[in-house]
Design a protein around this ligand. Structure first.
Ligand SMILES: NC(=O)c1ccc[n+]([C@@H]2O[C@H](COP(=O)([O-])OP(=O)(O)OC[C@H]3O[C@@H](n4cnc5c(N)ncnc54)[C@H](OP(=O)(O)O)[C@@H]3O)[C@@H](O)[C@H]2O)c1
Length: 324
């Protein structure tokens, strides 16, 4: 009887373990990162659903969740994390949680307290990845501040040394800013999280990061496939005939082709959805692979066009988007 229950336990463990859908890649500090993450930035309505979304996502095989202090949803994500652990779907160590330091906490001595606030909201004692959300600091009232991100990075290194963040990285940094960190740091960033999609292919910044051993997380992966409330949205849209042609070949949708395109370029896409069916679809991208020709075809959509309006930042000395 005891043997039988041990066997059942083992089987259950195997089934649960095999439910992890995205393979993992090694970061430059040795830690392993699932190569697709759940995006969580959204409306108040999305936030209200987020506890359930985390449950649905983990059941669908997601293990990596991307949030930020800015999104004001770390509490809801924490509730979802507690649910899935209590249900026995996963253990804490199976999950990979990324959060980000907001721009108004860039002083070196503010980093660890800001991370502790995020941890307390998430109900965790460490995050797997902590990112500087953007190189440009600002005051709490939203006006520009001028704290050097090298100073912020010292605080990030401290967070890693204290074990509060297993890995540390940056977001929205350009190649010059990253090189400046590399030249002055003790710990090289493990990740740069940047906007990448068919209308913004980042063909210089991605290889630059990879050459320095830095993984790239691709945010807003659907670009203008989905509605962004802009009148002059560039192609491709969700029914683009070129993408549809590729999708037909693999029995997939155009949105899945775009996620696969990002994976095949060695990036980690961060698709956001609060819809159970779309969540499942977005992680069902590990049974096909695009050819180099198909990747080149999608690269041709590039217009260097960003989904988010960054004009507020353009006069900031650390504005990152004027160079690759
Ligand atoms: N580091 C940064 O500065 C930064 C900036 C922006 C975003 N991010 C991160 O990246 C994540 C993703 O970016 P994003 O939210 O801008 O955009 P996204 O993931 O490219 O697109 C999200 C939109 O696509 C819809 N959608 C999701 N799956 C779909 C599918 N299979 N077919 C059709 N529509 C689909 C979603 O609606 P439903 O929810 O209704 O499915 C939502 O409207 C964010 O949530 C955040 O975690 C980081």
């Amino acid at each position: 009887m005891r043997r039988l229950s041990a066997l059942v336990c083992l089987l259950v463990t195997l089934i649960v373990a095999s439910a992890e859908k995205a393979p993992r890649a090694r970061l430059n500090d040795g830690n392993m990162i699932p190569i697709l993450a759940l995006g969580t930035f959204g409306s108040d309505e999305d936030r209200a659903k987020l506890r359930q979304t985390v449950n649905d996502a983990v059941e669908a095989g997601y293990r990596h969740i991307d949030t930020a202090a800015l999104y004001k949803n770390e509490e809801q994500i924490g509730e979802g994390i507690r649910d899935v652990i209590q249900k026995g779907l996963v253990k804490r160590e199976d999950l990979f949680i990324t959060t980000k330091l907001w721009n108004d906490r860039h002083a070196c001595e503010q980093v660890v307290p800001a991370l502790n606030e995020s941890l307390s909201k998430l109900g965790l004692d460490y995050v797997d990845l902590y990112l500087i959300h953007s190189p440009g600091s600002q005051r709490a009232d939203g006006t520009y501040d001028y704290i050097d991100y090298l100073e912020t990075w010292i605080g990030m290194q401290e967070a890693k040394k204290l074990g509060l963040a297993k890995s540390i990285g940056v977001s929205n940094f350009n190649s010059v800013q990253i090189k400046r960190i590399i030249d002055n740091c003790e710990i090289v960033p493990a990740v740069n999280q940047i906007e990448v999609h068919p209308a913004l292919t980042q063909e210089k910044l991605i290889p630059f990061c990879h050459n320095w051993g830095i993984n790239v997380m691709a945010y807003s992966p659907f670009g203008f496939l989905v509605s962004r409330d802009v009148t002059d949205a560039p192609p491709p849209r969700i029914d683009d005939p070129i993408l549809e042609n590729i999708a037909r070949k693999y029995g997939k949708s155009t949105s899945q082709v775009v996620l696969r395109y990002l994976i095949d370029r060695g990036t980690i896409p961060v698709p956001k959805s609060t819809n159970k069916e779309r969540l499942k679809k977005n992680i069902d991208v590990f049974d096909f692979q695009l050819t180099p020709d198909e990747i080149n075809t999608i690269n041709k959509f590039n217009k260097n066009r960003r989904v988010f309006d960054t004009s507020y930042w353009k006069d900031h000395p650390h504005y990152p988007f004027n160079i690759d």
